[in-house]
Design a protein around this ligand. Structure first.
Ligand SMILES: Cc1cc2nc3c(=O)[nH]c(=O)nc-3n(C[C@H](O)[C@H](O)[C@H](O)COP(=O)(O)O)c2cc1C
Length: 220
């Protein structure tokens, strides 16, 4: 065979081998890249799934920088129940306002104009004593709960507000009642304790799902 032809065949073989190696390499790279993309996308999907999961828990827990207290007065246990739901959902500290003189059934008779509760609500200067000391200093957010008495907050709530410096804190009122709303009491708080960051608050029933939906709607 002519020497030139042999050289030509060798050159052709080398070119074919070179092109083949390049093609194999570029295919492998493409596969690696697309695998990387799939992994990246999966990662993104996983992240989204985590966010959805986080939201699905629905629980609003105290963040690192916001400490939450649920401070409440309850004469017959209804407001306590709601306060306990809020404790579970926020992981805040539950603190009861305990009257020095406990309210008896007779004290709470609202159809008796001489009952203790009725007389207290008729006198805006009354401040029934609280028996326990309540430390509010370490909290940033306070849920404040009470029953509605004669359309308003029981006077003992004013004893609590007068006795604690809540300046700059966020206070979120909540109440239970037969049917009356919370607005009269919250308007009084807003007008008389102006250094507090009041949220509007809500009348709640003892239904955990309602309490949960409310808490999750709050902006603090
Ligand atoms: C003295 C007194 C006055 C009340 N006044 C009202 C009222 O004006 N409007 C209302 O809807 N419910 C009124 N209630 C009903 C309570 O607000 C309701 O039963 C509340 O859930 C009790 O909460 P507690 O169990 O935490 O004390 C009154 C109850 C009492 C004892």
């Amino acid at each position: 065979m002519n020497k030139n032809i042999i050289v030509l065949i060798i050159v052709i073989i080398l070119i074919v081998c070179g092109v083949s190696i390049w093609l194999i390499n570029s295919n492998t790279n493409n596969n690696l890249n697309s695998n990387a993309n799939i992994n990246e996308n999966n990662g993104e999907e996983n992240n989204i799934a985590n966010i959805v999961n986080d939201n699905n828990t629905g629980d609003r827990e105290a963040s690192d920088h916001q400490k939450i207290a649920i401070i409440y007065f309850s004469a017959t246990g209804t407001t306590r129940k709601v306060a306990e739901y809020i404790e579970e959902l926020t992981d805040g500290d539950l603190i009861e306002i305990v009257p020095k003189e406990k309210y008896t059934d007779d004290d709470l008779k609202y159809n008796n104009s001489n009952s203790r509760a009725t007389k207290e609500q008729n006198d805006s200067s009354v401040r029934p004593e609280i028996s326990n000391s309540i430390d509010t200093d370490s909290y940033d957010v306070i849920y404040l709960g009470y029953p509605i008495w004669w359309g308003d907050a029981p006077r003992i709530i004013l004893t609590f507000l007068d006795g604690h410096d809540l300046s700059g804190k966020t206070v979120i009122p909540f109440c239970t009642s037969g049917s009356s709303g919370i607005d009269t009491s919250v308007n009084y708080f807003k007008n008389n304790y102006k250094n507090i960051n009041w949220l509007d608050g809500k009348r709640l029933v003892t239904l955990q799902s309602e309490v949960k939906a409310w808490i999750n709607s709050l902006d603090y």
